[in-house]
Design a protein around this ligand. Structure first.
Ligand code: SF4
Ligand code: SF4
Length: 348
């Protein structure tokens, strides 16, 4: 029997962002022309819904792909599952969850349209449930859709696949994309905004913000206010994002889930691996992380191939637990890309 528990326990730190309503930044909306604007929303066909997603230029925040292309390729039918990603298992981040909590009707309307486009047998919304530092209760249903509460250690996203029947077609789409789909159908409105959690231990008024795409990280931090000079600003997820140094030149887009400002004081950094093995224990994919890091740093790509580096999902758990503050995940992601390029070029 194995007592090994995959992943790491993380404080979720989602309050007060999760219970506060989303702040909508002022902007000019953009609308598109459509040949079938006179068709009532409830009578739109699957093809028309896919066309609306194309005209509205909706990008799915869960993977950065164009929604219409995903819907067109999806052929779910009998046994097929449509999963709405509102998981938000990274600390601070609640930009997808908050759509379900604060705009449930719009989310349900978007899902209904999506269902018509891909004809699944089953549909559910996935949300992370282990938010132990909040009293907030994840709802059992949003509209007529069941909310599947995904528990356990970080990262939880990969466990969503456990709930999908094997060998059946499935598609995962983001909650924000569903909201944009509802707006496209109801108002012919283009997607010009994204949903971003602005938080961190020195953010005065942390919020989920609907911001125009292209807003700078500096502007968002100004809007929420800072109590101190940040030592680190992370854009993206709090675990999977990247540190930035020029917030005035960093803009948010459809896949930006958060802007996190932190006052870090880690004391002395060693940057030298002490061989503690915490990265190995934290890895949800049970990879030999420490060994891979050594080969990656030495540029020994050939050796890395024997370690299943392709299974790394870039969750950042290894970097998070490293007492030497080594960004192990970044090293491995870079090596993974180098291997892909070398394979394409036939040099590996
Ligand atoms: S980033 Fe990759 S190696 Fe690191 S813990 Fe996640 S899956 Fe494992
Ligand atoms: S957690 Fe950091 S210090 Fe420990 S073995 Fe992994 S890389 Fe080395």
């Amino acid at each position: 029997m194995s007592f090994f528990v995959k992943g790491i326990l993380l404080e979720q730190k989602k309050e007060p962002m999760l219970t506060r309503s989303t702040l909508v930044m002022r902007q000019e909306f953009e609308y598109f022309e459509c040949d079938f604007s006179d068709v009532p929303v409830e009578e739109l066909s699957g093809e028309q819904i896919i066309e609306l997603a194309r005209l509205a230029e909706i990008v799915d925040e869960s993977d950065g792909k164009m929604l219409w292309e995903k819907l067109e390729k999806a052929n779910l039918g009998e046994g097929g599952t449509l999963v709405i990603d509102a998981i938000d298992d990274e600390p601070y981040i609640s930009s997808q969850m908050s759509i379900g909590i604060h705009q449930p009707e719009k989310l349900a309307a978007g899902i209904e349209l999506c269902e018509r486009a891909v004809s699944p047998e089953k549909t559910y919304i996935a949300m992370y449930r282990h938010i132990l530092d909040s009293n907030f209760g994840i709802p059992g249903k949003i509209g007529k859709y069941k909310v599947k509460k995904i528990g356990g250690r970080y990262p939880a996203e990969s466990r969503v696949y456990r709930h999908i029947p094997k060998g059946k077609n499935s598609i995962i789409v983001g909650a924000c994309a569903m909201l944009h789909l509802a707006r496209a159908a109801e108002e012919n409105r283009k997607m010009t905004t994204c949903f971003v959690t602005v938080a961190g231990d020195i953010v005065k008024n942390p919020r989920n913000i609907e911001a125009p795409i292209g807003t700078t990280a500096e502007k968002l931090l100004e809007l929420c206010g800072l109590t101190d000079e940040p030592e680190a600003i992370v854009v993206g997820g709090s675990m999977t994002g990247r540190a930035i140094f020029e917030p005035e030149n960093e803009t948010v887009g459809p896949t930006t889930r958060g802007v996190i400002a932190l006052a870090r004081s880690y004391g002395t950094y060693s940057y030298t691996c002490i061989g503690c093995g915490r990265c190995d224990h934290a890895c949800p994919k049970a990879l030999s992380v420490c060994a891979m890091r050594k080969f990656a740093e030495a540029g020994e790509l050939d050796m890395l191939r024997h370690y299943d580096i392709s299974l790394c999902i870039g969750c950042g758990a290894c970097s998070y637990v490293c007492p030497s503050r080594i960004d192990v995940a970044a090293t491995l992601i870079k090596a993974k890309k180098q291997i892909e390029i070398a394979k394409k070029e036939g040099t590996l």
